[in-house]
Design a protein around this ligand. Structure first.
Ligand SMILES: Nc1ncnc2c1ncn2[C@@H]1O[C@H](COP(=O)(O)OP(=O)(O)OP(=O)(O)O)[C@@H](O)[C@H]1O
Length: 258
């Protein structure tokens, strides 16, 4: 039997008197899966993600990565949040290189090559020497993604990373992220409120109930719309059908009838 890659084993979480994850939450995420967590505000998605990152501990239960309990944050698990705080006194390339500061296995030249490779991947080669306050919010988000990839994280934990972007940049980054995830074979947990974004990006969507969070639905997106996410797919009948059914599930989670 193969070892599960990332496994939530009977997790519960309480903050004081507040039950955030309950009943015990269990989920297995295979290697290289693009997983999207979708659910009402405040239901506990971020808390679950922070647990994978090692920033929060479960009240009961365990999260295991390849059979080993998750502990302190390390560079295997990289986090990208909605608002990225870059260092204004470092260039774009230096900000990306900063993600590799603990990679003592890499020489200075290798770090530089890697930084350039990932900047190219996110389409920012021409801005390597720019300073963060001279580029747009969307570009800064790409810097954050490049930095996390350059660090060599095999799991990307992304908490509404595109939330603050305008629709056009958001769509562009969705396309790029999906491409990078497939090319680099990353495992991603991506939190969003946006159903369209969820369906476009995900191999699989977990829809959460209101707090305390439990799984309302586990949707195999790839089985329904395939692996190849061309932009045109968003207008296809199968995409629209799935989007509408996910929307209904999310509305049901909020307790409204329509
Ligand atoms: N450190 C903490 N101490 C006390 N309560 C907390 C703490 N962290 C989170 N909570 C509470 O736990 C609940 C779940 O929060 P969480 O951020 O995980 O939700 P979420 O589903 O990610 O919400 P959103 O989509 O709005 O970001 C919220 O009610 C929040 O106020």
């Amino acid at each position: 039997m193969t070892m599960p890659y990332l496994q939530f084993n009977d997790i519960t979480k309480t903050f004081g008197n507040l039950d955030v994850i309950s009943p015990p939450f269990s989920l297995t995420i295979p290697h290289h899966q693009f997983m999207v967590f979708l659910g009402p505000s405040g239901c506990g998605k971020t808390t679950l993600m922070r647990m994978v990152g090692g920033l929060e501990t479960a009240s009961t239960g365990m999260i295991a990565l390849q059979g080993e309990a998750i502990g302190e944050p390390d560079s295997r698990r990289g986090m990208v949040f909605q608002s990225y705080s870059s260092f204004p006194w470092l260039t774009v390339e230096e900000n990306v290189a900063f993600g590799m500061r603990f990679r003592h296995d890499l020489t200075k030249t290798e770090k530089r090559d890697r930084a350039q490779h990932y900047l190219e991947l996110v389409g920012l080669s021409n801005f390597a020497a720019s300073y963060p306050n001279r580029i747009s919010g969307g570009m800064r988000q790409r810097v954050a993604i490049a930095r996390t990839l350059a660090a060599g994280s095999e799991i990307l934990l992304m908490d509404e990373p595109f939330g603050a972007l305008d629709a056009q940049r958001r769509e562009q980054l969705q396309v790029e992220l999906r491409r990078i995830q497939k090319e680099e074979r990353k495992t991603i947990i991506f939190v969003t409120h946006d159903v369209e974004e969820a369906v476009y990006l995900a191999d699989r969507i977990i829809v959460f109930s209101q707090r305390p969070a439990s799984i309302l639905e586990d949707i195999d997106v790839t089985a329904q719309i395939g692996d190849d996410r061309l932009l045109e797919l968003r207008e296809s009948p199968e995409f629209l059908k799935l989007r509408s059914s996910v929307l209904h599930t999310v509305r049901a989670a909020l307790g409204s009838t329509q």
